[in-house]
Ligand binder design. Structure first.
Ligand code: PLP
Length: 398
């Protein structure tokens, strides 16, 4: 049996012991509804409010600026739709975003465009995968109601100049939302210092459980209700709260923030070692500006191969990784993120994302460094395109 190396932490993470233990009391003993007045309910309510305060502290926010949701996608949807609909009331129907956002953002914007007549400007992210604040500034119009730019990209790991973009939006009086699903718990996030009006997070990206997230909305910025029903979340999001999940999310975020520097140092070392070795593979390319990067994410393309083949062979060798391509979701289109940074289709098809967490070890890195070149060589030996390139009948692109 090959060793198991989990290197797909941008997709989801293993729950930490701390997070599991934080959730258990609310699954077993303290199962009361936080809206109930008797003590079993009130103990659940206290836990919920404690979690809200802890999450707010980790993000530089106030507790009453945090709304619990069911996931990062819901937080993105609520933030965008709320800002859009409030904008429309004032005749402002222009939204600025980027070409490489997560689909939770891009598909929400598409629907607003198709069904409600909003106009959307998608900014270029350039070859490095980084948005330029001056281009945000230039794109703002009198009818712009929202700028939404992700904090860190989920495929290539580039970190955006969020404080600068926030400052541009604040000066122009435009609401600024950021999808910080890949950033929170991994790199410093501070809504006050970074001029953020709304921010989305998701617990399962920082060793918390799946199916629980939060939305920060700055006091003074209106937030429209997303689910109608009871008065939970101060009327902005009805539905009995996932108390156990929320407590685990708060414990996981607190732990991730407390260990952020040590984790980042460990991950950067592992990442740089893997990058140094894998970039020795001929006709390979490292994607995303490494000077502005998440500590644990690596995205590379290997010419002449398909990402899916690479993933399947790596799985056989005990490595869980992912491809930038959307083939796993049933589409044969290459990743919109890799196309947004200007990669040609045929190169974007041969991509690999390795995303590490602090649970990865030097031995995991050794295994990745050993297996990836072997698999690339094996796939190239079977690839008609690669053979044409080797015979000089087709030009190498990278
Ligand atoms: N935004 C980004 C950048 C993500 O990486 C993800 C998850 O992959 C999401 C949003 C969606 O989060 P969730 O899975 O909690 O809906």
């Amino acid at each position: 049996m090959e060793r198991k190396v989990y290197a797909d932490n941008a997709a989801t993470t293993a729950m930490s012991r701390t997070a599991i233990e934080a959730m258990l009391p609310y699954l077993d003993g303290i199962y009361g509804n936080p809206s109930s007045l008797y003590s079993l309910g009130q103990r659940a309510k206290e836990a919920l409010e404690g979690a809200r305060a802890d999450i707010a502290a980790c993000l530089g926010a106030q507790a009453n600026e945090i709304y619990f949701t069911s996931c990062g996608s819901e937080s993105d949807n609520q933030a965008i739709r709320s800002a859009a609909h409030l904008g429309a009331l004032k005749g402002k129907k222009h939204i600025i975003s980027t070409a490489f956002e997560h689909h939770a953002v891009l598909h929400t914007l598409d629907r607003l465009k198709r069904e409600e007549g909003f106009e959307v400007t998608l900014l270029d992210v350039h070859r490095g995968g980084v948005v330029r604040p001056e281009e945000v500034q230039a794109a703002i119009r009198p009818d712009t109601c929202l700028v939404t730019v992700m904090f860190a990209n989920n495929e290539i790991g580039t970190v955006q100049p969020i404080a600068e973009i926030g400052a541009v939006c604040r000066a122009a009086g435009v609401t600024f939302h950021t999808d910080a699903v890949q950033a929170a718990g991994h790199i410093p996030v501070n809504v006050a210092e970074q001029n953020i009006d709304m921010l989305s997070i998701s617990a399962h990206k920082f060793h918390g459980p799946k199916g629980v997230g939060a939305l920060y909305c700055r006091r003074g910025v209106r937030l429209l209700p997303f689910i109608d029903g009871g008065a939970q979340e101060r009327g902005r999001r009805a539905g009995t709260e996932n108390v156990a999940g929320i407590c685990a999310m708060a414990a996981a975020l607190k732990e991730a923030c407390a260990n952020m520097n040590a984790n980042a140092a460990k991950l950067t070392k592992l990442r740089d070692r893997i990058v140094a070795e894998l970039t020795k593979i001929p006709h390979s390319k490292l994607n995303g500006d490494m000077a502005r990067h998440l500590p644990g994410t690596i995205n590379m393309c290997f010419e002449g191969i398909e990402g899916e083949g690479l993933l399947l062979y790596l799985d056989d060798m005990g490595i869980c990784a992912s491809s930038g391509s959307a083939c796993t979701s049933g589409s044969l289109d290459p990743s919109h993120v890799l196309l947004a940074i200007g990669l040609p289709h045929e190169v974007a098809h041969g991509s690999l994302r390795i995303s590490l967490s602090e649970y990865n070890t030097e031995e995991d890195a050794d295994h990745i460094i050993k297996c990836v070149p072997e698999v690339v060589e094996k796939l190239r030996a079977m690839s008609p395109v690669w053979k044409e390139m080797e015979r000089g009948e087709k030009q190498h692109i990278i």
